[in-house]
Design a protein around this ligand. Structure first.
Ligand SMILES: [Zn+2]
Length: 83
């Protein structure tokens, strides 16, 4: 009867060892590597016509001024904002 207990402890020890060798637990400590693209900061610029803030990559440039769209680029900059 004493050997049965020893066998049980050995069996549990082997089961734990095999489980660890097969790989880490799925779900509990599963950490997916984060994509580096999400952490990249986006430079914000202001449209010279309507004042809308948008990403610099989406802006339409003309000279030193930036616009939100091609239509606003054609309309040109507004000297004073609407009241
Ligand atoms: Zn605009």
């Amino acid at each position: 009867m004493k050997y049965l207990l020893v066998l049980l402890v050995v069996a549990i020890g082997l089961w734990t060892l095999v489980s660890r060798l097969r790989g880490p637990d799925r779900g509990a400590s599963g950490e997916a590597p984060r994509k580096s693209g999400a952490a990249k900061p986006v430079e914000m610029v202001q449209c010279a016509h309507c004042g809308l803030h948008l990403a610099a990559t989406d802006a339409v440039a003309e000279g030193s001024r930036l616009y939100c769209s091609d239509a606003h680029r054609r309309l040109g900059p507004v000297s004073k904002p609407p009241a």
